[in-house]
Ligand binder design. Structure first.
Ligand code: IMP
Length: 422
């Protein structure tokens, strides 16, 4: 059985958590493949809202196994908080949550380095979530990192102290205040104790055994394709491969074992943090989308920048991911604006570009828009695709035609039930 992949096609926050939760009954295993607590995957059902940062979004469904893959970076402090929140809801994860021994650990000093590096950049800062993601992946590729499997090794303390020392030297170069370190280390080691209670596995073997036994696997991405370290708007990106290829390296799945690739996008665009965003709105429409869409980061609470749908960017993301099915989120939010616009190309130095160019960072890139017919209906109570207004159905067909990939789900609200299959 092949593994399906679900990932974001924009700058993150597309609604991956909700859709993974909705699709989970079709799968035996949900596996996160990259990122870490910079993610905030929000799920809503039975009137309760849950935000997951490290734990796969299949955790609330019985009979589903959830794997934190080798490509993920884990902060034991955050993981412990997530686990305690599950304890409060009586969710039994003791047998359903498994952690790769090869996943790297975010140390308290990684978070300090993230903060110090951002502060040193001034106006050029990335807008990092300050969860220590960049410094942890740097230690991974620099071959200095500490992995989950190292926690039970006899030389763990020595390894930890050596890395801590290296970080402290770097932090002193930044003149960074480390007075909170002892307190944070206490929390970190308490988190480590909780992490060690989970089943630590060779996740690549586990996943292959499950696939060979006929179990359906869904690889859950974090962040979005336009934040990918290679293909995103570098340097305003995260530090992992958020694209489909990340599922191969982050779980040990071979490229020819990938099945469906579900690409999730919002009916408009949002972005948190710095970096280019050609269709960003600075007017009343932007404010309306932000308010109606409750566009605040699930991890940091920061307001998200809002803008119109960017088709060249969407097509680019579909191309590098090999998307086979599209899922459109937050169609209900566009009901609040009295126009619907879509960027179909860019104008750059007198030329029209119908693709996402390297020069995306250049302020001279201007979007070229097409206007579509708006809709004003409240969609949030609709449960069948056929109930949707004709203008929204035309919007769906327009995007399908432009991108060349079918939209199979339209989401009209955060709850599980507000998911219309086409
Ligand atoms: P980092 O991954 O925390 O280093 O942040 C790098 C950039 O990616 C910043 O612009 C963040 O706002 C953005 N980012 C990281 N994770 C997410 C996410 O889950 N959703 C949206 N943006 C994110």
């Amino acid at each position: 059985m092949k593994a399906d992949v679900l990932l974001g096609l924009q700058w993150g926050d597309e609604g991956k958590g909700k859709i993974v939760d909705v699709l989970t009954p079709n799968y035996g295993v949900i596996a996160r493949f990259q990122g870490g607590p910079n993610a905030g995957h929000t799920l809503e059902f039975n009137g309760i809202k849950h935000v997951l940062h490290t734990i796969p979004s299949g955790i609330f469904r019985e009979d589903t196994l959830n794997v934190i893959g080798n490509g993920v970076v884990i902060d034991p402090r955050v993981l412990k908080r997530e686990l305690l929140a599950l304890d409060d809801l009586n969710v039994d994860y003791s047998k359903s949550l498994l952690v790769s021994k090869k996943a790297h650990l975010i140390l308290p000093t990684h978070c300090m380095l993230d903060a110090a590096s951002e502060a040193s950049k001034g106006k050029k800062k990335i807008g990092s979530t300050l969860r220590g993601i960049g410094p942890t992946y740097m230690d991974k590729t620099g071959r200095n990192g500490i992995r989950v499997g190292d926690l039970v090794m006899p030389n763990f303390d020595e390894r930890y102290n050596a890395l801590r020392e290296k970080h402290l030297n770097m932090l002193s170069g930044y003149a960074f205040d480390v007075s909170e370190l002892e307190e944070q280390e206490k929390l970190w080691f308490a988190g480590v104790d909780k992490l060690k209670e989970l089943e630590l596995i060779d996740s690549e073997h586990f996943i292959h055994e499950k696939m060979n036994a006929g179990s359906a696997i869904l690889a859950e991405g974090a962040q979005g394709s336009l934040l990918d370290i290679d293909f995103g708007s570098y340097p305003f990106v995260t530090s992992s491969n958020t694209i489909c290829a990340g599922a191969c390296t982050g779980l040990g799945i071979a490229p020819n074992q990938i099945g469906e690739v579900f690409g999730i996008f919002k009916a408009y665009c949002t972005r948190v943090g710095s970096g280019p965003f050609p269709t960003e709105l600075f007017d009343k429409d932007g404010e309306i989308l932000a308010k109606a869409g409750n566009e605040f980061g699930a991890t940091t609470g920061r307001p998200r920048r809002c803008g119109w749908l960017d088709l060249p960017a969407l097509k680019y993301a579909c191309m590098i991911n090999g998307v086979t099915k599209l899922i459109m989120m937050k169609a209900d939010v566009l009901s609040y604006v009295d126009k619907v616009r879509v960027c179909v190309a860019y104008e750059y130095k007198g030329k029209t570009l119908d693709y996402l160019p390297y020069e995306i960072l250049d302020d001279d890139i201007k979007p070229i828009y097409e206007n579509l017919s708006p809709w004003t209906d409240d969609l949030t109570g609709m449960r069948e695709y056929n109930e949707l207004p004709e203008t929204l159905k035309s919007y769906v067909e327009y995007i399908e035609e432009k991108v060349g990939i079918p939209i199979t789900i339209v989401s009209v609200g955060p709850d599980r039930t507000q998911t219309l299959r086409k």
